[in-house]
Design a protein around this ligand. Structure first.
Ligand SMILES: [Zn+2]
Length: 355
C-alpha cells in the first residue's frame, strides 16, 4: 500500500476523500476531487487526532487501515469468530457495550478475537439466547435495549480495561517479553546532526534491554535483531505469536530545537478506552528514565498506534531520549548512554512487576 501525502492525486486519494466525507469530515469546497490538497490534509489530521493516531496529515498504513475499518456500522454485517478476525468500528462498539454490561470482551481494540467471542457467548447465555457466538439481530436487539440508545458511555469518559493495572507480583524469570526496536533498513527514523539514526539507537537499546532481561531468566523475542525493515503490522504479530506477557516498543524522539529533551512513553487508548496496565507500565518506565538520566519525565499519553492496538498483551512504546537534544547528540557514538537507557527501562519493568 502506497503512502498518500499532500500533492498526491489519483484514485486512492479519491477513495480517502470519500471515506472521510462518509465519516462526516469536511474535505473542502472541491470535495472528492482526487487531489490531496490543503482541505484534505486538514480533514486527515482531524481524523487522526480524533482517533489517537499520529496527526501528521499523511495517510500511511495505520491511518489507512483505521479509515477502512471506521466505516462499519453496527448491524451491517454478521460478526463471529473467524480467521482473519472481523475488525472495525462495529466491533469496537460491541466490545464497549459488552464491557459496559459486565461481560469481559477484552481490550476495546476493534478485533473480534476469542475473548470477545467468550463475552458474546456469556451474554447469549444470560439473555436466554442460542449460544452460537454469532452477533446477529437477536443479540443486537438485546444489547440495544439494555444500553441506552446503544451508546453505553460517552467518549469523554475514560474506561480502563477490566484486568486492572498490575500483573501482580510476578517474577521476571516467569515472563516472556517482546522487544520491538522501531524502524530499520531503509526506514531510518530521525537522523541527528551527528548523522546518527534513530533506528540504530533503538536497536542498541533493544539489545541492551534483551541482555538484562535474559540475565534475569526472562524469555525474550525481538521483532528485529539487525538492520532490517520489518513491516508495521508484523511487529505486534510476532509479539502475539510468542505469547509475550509484555511488549516494549523502543523509539526515540527528535526535535528541530536542541533544547527539547525528556523521556516519553505511550499506551493504547482509543475513543475513551485505554489500557490501564499499559499506562502504569509507561509511568514506571518514564519515572525511572527521568531519574536515572536526569531528564524531564514527560506526561505519559494514550495513543492508537498499531503496535499498541494490535498486541494482545500490556504494551508500552517508549521514547527514552531526544536524539537531537544538545547534551545527547555527541554521546550516542558509543554504548555508554544507550546501556544506561536500557538499564533504566529494565529497572522500570522490574519495579512494575514488584509493585
Ligand atoms: Zn520512531
Amino acid at each position: 500500500m502506497k503512502t498518500l501525502k499532500p500533492g498526491d492525486r489519483g484514485k486512492e486519494v479519491l477513495d480517502v476523500q470519500s471515506r472521510l466525507r462518509a465519516l462526516g469530515f469536511d474535505v473542502g469546497t472541491d470535495g472528492v476531487d482526487g487531489l490531496f490538497g490543503e482541505d484534505t490534509r486538514t480533514a486527515v489530521e482531524l481524523y487522526q487526532q480524533q482517533n489517537g493516531l499520529l496527526a501528521d496529515g499523511i495517510v500511511g498504513e495505520n491511518t489507512w487501515c483505521e479509515l477502512v475499518e471506521s466505516k462499519y456500522e453496527t448491524g451491517e454485517r454478521l460478526l463471529y469468530l473467524r480467521i482473519p478476525p472481523f475488525r472495525g468500528a462495529d466491533v469496537v462498539k460491541l466490545q464497549r457495550s459488552l464491557n459496559c454490561l459486565g461481560f469481559n470482551a477484552g481490550p476495546e481494540d476493534g478485533i473480534f478475537g476469542p475473548i470477545t467471542e467468550r463475552a458474546v457467548l456469556d451474554f447469549q447465555k444470560n439473555s436466554g439466547l442460542i449460544m452460537d457466538g454469532m452477533v446477529d439481530d437477536s443479540v443486537l436487539r438485546v444489547v440495544e435495549k439494555v444500553t441506552k440508545d446503544g451508546e453505553p458511555h460517552v467518549d469523554e469518559t475514560k474506561i480502563p480495561d477490566r484486568d486492572g493495572g498490575y500483573l501482580g507480583g510476578r517474577d521476571l524469570a516467569e515472563l516472556t517479553f517482546a522487544i520491538d526496536a522501531g524502524h530499520g533498513g531503509d526506514d531510518t527514523g530521525a537522523v541527528n546532526s551527528e548523522g546518527i539514526a534513530e533506528k540504530d539507537v533503538n536497536l542498541r537499546v533493544a539489545r541492551g534491554l534483551t541482555r538484562l532481561l535474559e540475565a534475569s531468566g526472562s524469555q525474550v523475542v525481538n521483532t528485529r535483531d539487525g538492520d532490517q525493515d520489518v513491516p508495521l503490522y508484523e511487529r505486534p504479530a510476532a509479539a502475539n505469536l510468542a505469547g509475550a506477557d509484555v511488549c516494549v516498543s523502543i523509539h526515540h524522539n527528535s526535535n528541530p530545537s536542541g533544547r527539547a529533551q525528556g523521556a516519553a512513553a505511550y499506551y493504547f487508548c482509543r475513543q475513551g478506552y485505554y489500557s490501564e496496565r499499559g499506562r502504569k507500565l509507561a509511568e514506571h518506565i518514564v519515572a525511572r528514565l527521568a531519574a536515572s538520566l536526569k531528564i524531564t519525565a514527560l506526561p505519559v499519553l494514550g495513543r492508537n498506534y498499531a503496535v499498541l492496538r494490535e498486541t494482545e498483551m500490556a504494551t508500552v512504546m517508549v521514547e527514552p531520549l531526544f536524539i537531537t537534544a544538545d547534551d545527547v547528540v555527541g554521546r550516542l557514538i558509543d554504548d555508554e548512554l544507550t546501556d544506561r537507557v536500557a538499564e533504566a527501562i529494565f529497572e522500570g519493568l522490574r519495579e512494575y512487576f514488584a509493585s
